[in-house]
Write a protein that binds this ligand. Structure first.
Ligand SMILES: *Cc1c(COP(=O)(O)O)cnc(C)c1O
Length: 389
């Protein structure tokens, strides 16, 4: 008789956890009650959050909440089935029309989340005889979708147009179809892709381009549009869900073939109604959309960091442990700025990721800059290595 297998299972889990713990890479859930005006409560303490992706503060906007409540009362809590069965509730249809119009595309398809969208898109468009070229700093779900497609997948160094060109020159010929995956605003670095140049290369080599616009929509939008524009309803739109905007033919194909769309329950109608109300606010109040970037620039100027390119400002720390300590020092001063560690970012580049929102005011931003400078001085006695950017 062998041992109870659940014992070896638990031993495996405990061993893995111990090694994560030893390298300061274990992750823990912290109960957090988010409120309006970028507030958050942890362990009974009120904090100002600089870690939410709710860039326009719309998750608590009364108009967004009301739209969700109405849809909840009318259509119920859940979609009831896949969208291809009975889960295609009216708010989803209206949201798709509005998203397509917003992006200047013929059509849109709403998925259960941005992660699910990226798991479904690449495998429906490319396969074993094809090529995917992906920016090295692309989001985890872009890599996961690429892997599921079975296409040959090559990374190019972050925003490195020369390497992208040479990979296309070398490998495009052998591939039936080619797909380039990048982001408008990079989620952990806050910088932007050189999209006009990427689209020009794509045209030269007959490659398709997907732009993940998770952190661009509603805040950093101007500029070139790719044939495939995907994103999320869970950041600026303050709700939950994902989408792809593209031509009608592409959307029709994905509707039939994206497995993460076909074989999963539709998004709850209230989530779609919230996102739709949020998108209407984004379009009606452009002055609100300009605020997060303006606040980010105020912050980078105060700290002598390079000018922010988006509402996301990374403060590079280096080791995971140091990033956790800096985050704790800020929390003690009333600010919630969560540490980002490997494997979300490359080893040695643990950081604080500061995210600005239209819900912040200038006083809060200045206070954070001061608290950060103090905490850095406290944790990093003069002469020690490390730097922020
Ligand atoms: C957050 C994020 C996603 C995933 O979107 P969800 O709707 O949260 O699943 C995809 N890509 C990027 C770049 C993101 O930052």
């Amino acid at each position: 008789m062998s041992d109870d297998p659940s014992r070896s299972l638990d031993a495996f889990a405990s061993g893995k956890l111990a090694s994560l713990e030893a390298s300061a890479l274990r992750r823990r859930l912290v109960e957090t009650a988010r409120g309006p005006q970028a507030s958050a409560e942890r362990g009974g303490r009120g904090l100002v959050s600089f870690s939410c992706n709710d860039y326009l503060g719309l998750s608590h906007d009364p108009r967004v909440v009301a739209a969700a409540s109405e849809a909840l009362a009318r259509y119920g809590a859940g979609a009831g089935a896949s969208r291809l069965v009975t889960g295609n509730a009216p708010p989803l249809v209206a949201l798709e029309e509005r998203l397509a119009r917003h992006k200047g595309k013929e059509a849109a398809l709403v998925f259960g989340s941005g992660y699910l969208a990226n798991l479904g898109i690449s495998p429906a468009l490319v396969g074993a005889d094809d090529l995917i070229l992906i920016d090295d700093l692309g989001h985890s779900c872009l890599f996961a979708g690429a892997r599921m497609s079975g296409a040959r997948t090559l990374r190019f160094a972050h925003n490195d147009l020369d390497q992208l060109r040479s990979l296309l020159a070398e490998h495009r010929g052998a591939a039936r179809r080619a797909l380039i995956l990048t982001e408008r605003v990079f989620s952990m670095d806050g910088d932007r892709a050189p999209l006009p140049e990427i689209l020009a290369l794509a045209a030269e080599y007959d490659a398709w381009t997907l732009v993940d616009d998770a952190h661009g929509l509603g805040v950093v939008e101007a500029g070139a549009r790719a044939p495939l524009e995907m994103g999320t309803l869970s950041k600026t739109l303050g709700s939950y869900g994902g989408y792809l905007c593209a031509s009608q033919a592409v959307i029709d194909l994905l509707t039939s073939r994206a497995r993460s769309f076909v074989y999963t329950t539709g998004l709850p109608p209230a989530s779609a109604a919230a996102a739709l109300a949020a998108l209407a606010i984004v379009e009606a109040e452009p002055e609100r959309a300009a605020r997060p970037l303006a606040l980010a620039r105020r912050f980078t100027a105060r700290l002598g960091l390079p000018d922010a390119e988006s509402p996301i400002v990374p403060v590079l720390v280096g080791e995971a442990e140091a990033a956790l300590a800096l985050s704790a020092a800020l929390e003690a001063r009333g600010f919630l700025v969560v540490a980002i560690r490997p494997p979300t970012v490359a080893p040695g580049t643990a950081r604080l990721r500061v995210a600005f929102s239209a819900a912040h005011d200038e006083t809060q931003v200045d206070a954070l800059a001061e608290a950060l400078a103090e905490s850095l001085a406290e944790l990093r006695p003069s002469g020690s290595a490390g730097g922020s950017r």
